[in-house]
Design a protein around this ligand. Sequence first.
Ligand SMILES: Nc1nc2c(c(=O)[nH]1)N[C@H]1C(S)=C(S)[C@@H](COP(=O)(O)OP(=O)(O)OC[C@H]3O[C@@H](n4cnc5c(=O)[nH]c(N)nc54)[C@H](O)[C@@H]3O)O[C@H]1N2
Ligand SMILES: Nc1nc2c(c(=O)[nH]1)N[C@H]1C(S)=C(S)[C@@H](COP(=O)(O)OP(=O)(O)OC[C@H]3O[C@@H](n4cnc5c(=O)[nH]c(N)nc54)[C@H](O)[C@@H]3O)O[C@H]1N2
Ligand code: SF4
Ligand SMILES: [Mo]
Length: 675
Amino acid sequence: MAAATDVILTTCPRDCYDACGIVVRIADGAIAQVRGDPHHPVNRGTLCVKCSTGYNNEWRDPAVRLTRPLRRTGTKGSGAFTPISWDEAIATVTERLKRIEADGAAHTVLNAHYSGTLSLIAYAFPMRFFHRLGATEVEPDSICNLAGHVALAYVYGTSVDGFDPRTVAEAACVVVWGANPAASGPHTFKHWFREAPGAKIVVDPLRTETARAADLHLQPFPGSDAALAFALLHVLRRDGLLDRAFIANHTTGWDELEPLLDGCDPAWGAAITGVPAALIERAAHLYGRGPSLLWLGQGLQRQRTGGNVVRACAVLPAVTGNLGKPGAGLLYLNGFAAPGPDEGYVTASHLSRGVPAISHMDLADALADPAQARALVCWNMNVAASAPRQRELRAALRREDLFTVAIDLFQTDTADFADVVLPAASFLEFDDLVTPYFQMMLSAQVKATEPLGESLPNQEIFRRLARGMGYAEPELYESDEEIIATVLRAAGLVEDFATLAARGSVPVFAEPRVQFADLAFPTPSGRIEIASARAERDGQPRTPLPLADPRPAHGRLRLLSPASGFTMNDSFANVAKLARRAGPPSVALHPADASARGLREGDEALLSNDAGSLRLRVTVAEDVPRGVAYSAKGRWPKREASGANVNVLNDGQKTDMGDSSSVHSVEVVVRRVVG
Ligand SMILES: Nc1nc2c(c(=O)[nH]1)N[C@H]1C(S)=C(S)[C@@H](COP(=O)(O)OP(=O)(O)OC[C@H]3O[C@@H](n4cnc5c(=O)[nH]c(N)nc54)[C@H](O)[C@@H]3O)O[C@H]1N2
Ligand SMILES: Nc1nc2c(c(=O)[nH]1)N[C@H]1C(S)=C(S)[C@@H](COP(=O)(O)OP(=O)(O)OC[C@H]3O[C@@H](n4cnc5c(=O)[nH]c(N)nc54)[C@H](O)[C@@H]3O)O[C@H]1N2
Ligand code: SF4
Ligand SMILES: [Mo]
């Protein structure tokens, strides 16, 4: 803790492309203000509206934060709790877990966690406890981006070694496909995308703010992107824009895919995707001439065949030689690219008992079944707001014989269903490391103040739980200082934490790094696998296919519920000023779809399907294409008049790869509410 100074540099650890630099001003030993670091290359002095509001209000407000452990006194979901001591809380939780363990049923403890904070230790260290216990992990990425990870691993052998965003200076063309950084990474949008010197192409069914800032906006119908990629490949081949030498030297399986292109001309592409043929041609020419960067967003793959979509898109750089040179490459997410300690060090994966994980798409069913779930520990996550099948999930969380522990900063919907609620400290209250997933940097999270009330960092909570269980493994008690020192030593970027804290962030590479500069790919063949034997063994087609998901039938609409600029997933939904600015829950419809249903701006509409129903205020907007409805994610069910959010409509259908979320493929009937 940099106690002697009155200004502390730290980093925002939210699940955000930006990972902004933060300046905390301390006066009289207390935080006076949290604001953007003017010297940070990503955010250049500002924070987004969420964090500049939340971090200066509710996140530091003891009347809003959880400050003490709580034990449930009312019925599940009622939100009636009484404060208890940490000792009593740890004893209550560990007595119950020990009983389950003694029955040989540790696998019936479900561990649901995700991205409440992405700081390294608070995100990963608790896994040491769950590995030792032998709990069942609810695979975190299965609610977000697993289809894309699986798809890219087939083609490139990795999904976390993306282009260095700084190489944008040398790119003649930048394609943002199925991401909306104007909401999901606002400084990346403002500075990286808007200031990019090359031509900008955005591929998104919605006319987002990102799309409005592009030179070319392609609006495929949701779930039709693989067909669009094939139409682009058709044009690239027809017009001599393939790099045949690169294909011959660095890829396998092009001969299997190439014949599929014959039927994929722009007219076919236009008919199947809705993107005019002329736009397909222009985009192919801009991209193919290159050098081009291709950013594949996470929204792109939340479709029933999202894995096939990402595989198809990933062929584009491979056949145009848009790899291994400055200004070229593709990005899904960037992992920590510096040489670090062994993967699995922070989670102590060697302690794992090998219990298979389950998908978030199966969580509601698992929780409803006493044979699968005797306990749920939910931390860094608010499943009652973010997970699919909200109705069934909430019913399952009411099970009297399910023992639920929620760990959070706030009394969320999930916490309302808990037997024991444990208060987590915020990122302003402990040291940690942040490894951004867009820019290649290593950043410090620096303690600026003591934890609020009796709250504790996740890692300390799990050390206490390990002690309560009577576990002996030293990994379960390793201190933050030791972990930080081990990681920094292995990374070799700075001398120690104090040095990093003084600088805020350091680049992993001094100069912009050329992605795949050695043109060696971590696939079985060492080449880019356009056709994949591994995929085939997993029951997938050998190559990506020119498919589009079927259009909705019977007057239904495809419902997209991506990121909103006012919330971070479901975080900040309880920040009063932001909630006022976000307004009532709404759905945006194309004017033709609205009028076909007798709906006008401001009307109430009922959205329904087999999963559930939800009343929303209608806005009418040309930004939404015909056949599509848009309603942003990120609201707390308990703050809504209906007691539900958009996930009550999410039926939890799995993607073709990774058993992951296909939330953007949900279909709904939209009707006018009369009276
Ligand atoms: N309809 C719809 N649903 C979606 C999506 C969508 O696009 N549409 N997107 C999905 C995606 S991509 C994701 S990643 C998930 C995210 O879903 P969640 O992970 O549930 O959402 P978050 O709001 O990121 O974080 C959850 C909680 O972590 C808490 N938290 C913050 N910091 C800490 C900490 O240090 N310790 C602890 N213990 N808790 C902390 C926050 O207060 C918050 O309540 O939602 C998914 N749900
Ligand atoms: N403010 C804010 N920032 C966030 C988040 C947040 O909730 N709020 N969430 C964080 C998290 S957890 C994640 S995973 C990322 C997600 O951020 P992004 O990667 O940007 O993904 P999404 O917001 O889900 O969706 C992005 C776009 O994909 C489009 N899309 C949906 N279906 C399709 C399709 O079939 N084809 C194409 N081409 N596009 C499609 C949507 O219309 C949307 O505009 O953002 C992170 N940043
Ligand atoms: S949520 Fe994203 S944009 Fe907002 S301050 Fe944090 S890192 Fe920056
Ligand atoms: Mo996510």
